[in-house]
Design a protein around this ligand. Structure first.
Ligand code: CUA
Length: 322
């Protein structure tokens, strides 16, 4: 269900341009409409009782009015059921927003005072411009170089805080062609309000043409994964991690991405981008069962771009990944 134009204008909402926009607007509009009807009903009842029960004589005693418990329980239950229904719909939307599909295109986002840097798997990168094909699921793997920022695309109805020292993900599927604003929605310093970018949603063929053009300025070996492999060699990662599945003092990177790992405290954790990045920055936090606490933290040693490149490299070591 899509909101009519006048309703979008009335609520000052931008166009609905992602796969979740319409559902979120529908819930938003339903909650607002029911609240308005409820408030109007209460106001009318107040007016009615003010008039009906106005003081008529100076010696009149206010009558004691008892309500029926049955009615009170019925009213309470009905209102609770209504709010529970809002919650059920909202929770299902939340789960959908939190669960990226498996065949996402990945873009690495680094926020810094005061711009957005977007890096693609093939080694190309942009500032403040995120180009994506329409209808394709895109997963953003995001971190900040300095303070807390918040990645906000109003037309997609999506917002996610971006934190230094941590990697968070957000996925979306654009449904409309065009340019849409990216705002920073967390006050991050003097130029916070200028921290603005564009999501450019283009057709699949335009996207391929744009990619080819951007890539033509780079050498063939410039992919993010290749950069990650070079960083891994330089930082001696291979002393402890194999890439062919053989055993070393740390888990092998072969087929690690996307697998489910058992932690030493018994938790099961899926090795996604956020997990891989966290394990580089804080290796002991989610340590795989059977491995010693030997790996040093790379916080402050690797910058955000290098961590993204390493994550892209580990990802490329899974069967079926580009
Ligand atoms: Cu970045 Cu506000």
């Amino acid at each position: 269900m899509s909101l009519p134009r006048f309703a979008l204008d009335l609520l000052a909402l931008p166009p609905e341009a992602s796969s979740v926009s319409k559902g979120i607007d529908a819930l938003h509009a339903t909650v607002i409409s029911i609240s308005l009807v409820g408030a109007l009903g209460v106001a009318l009842l107040v007016a009615r009782y003010v008039i009906a029960n106005r003081q008529r004589g100076t010696n009149e005693v206010t009558p004691r009015i008892e309500s029926s418990p049955k009615r009170e329980i019925a009213l309470g239950t009905a209102i609770f059921a209504l709010f529970a229904a809002f919650w059920v719909v909202g929770f299902r939307q939340y789960v959908r927003i939190e669960s990226p599909p498996d065949d996402c295109m990945t873009v690495y986002v680094t926020a810094k005072q005061w711009m957005w840097e977007l890096a693609y798997d093939d080694g190309t990168s942009e500032q403040n411009l995120l180009v994506v094909p329409v209808g394709k699921a895109v997963k953003l793997v995001m971190t900040s170089r300095d303070v807390i920022h918040s990645f906000y695309v109003p037309a997609f109805r999506l917002k996610q805080d971006v934190l230094p020292g941590r990697y968070v993900t957000l996925w979306f599927q654009a449904t409309e062609l065009g340019d849409f604003d990216i705002f920073c929605a967390e006050y991050c310093g003097t130029s916070h309000s200028n921290m603005h970018g564009i999501v450019r949603v283009v057709s699949a063929s335009d996207f391929d043409a744009w990619k080819a053009r951007a890539r033509s300025t780079l050498p063939d070996t410039a992919s993010l994964a290749n950069r990650g492999a070079a960083i891994a060699a330089r930082k001696q990662c291979f002393a402890c991690h194999s890439v062919d599945g053989s055993a070393k003092s740390g888990p092998s990177w072969r087929n690690l991405y996307g697998s489910t790992q058992m932690m030493r405290d018994g938790r099961q954790v899926r090795a996604d981008e956020a997990y891989l990045a966290k394990s580089i920055l804080d290796p002991n936090a989610d340590r795989v069962a059977g491995y010693a606490n030997e790996m040093p933290s790379y916080t402050g040693i690797l910058d955000a771009d290098e961590v993204s490149a390493l994550v892209a490299y580990v990802r490329s070591l899974r069967k079926g990944e580009p």
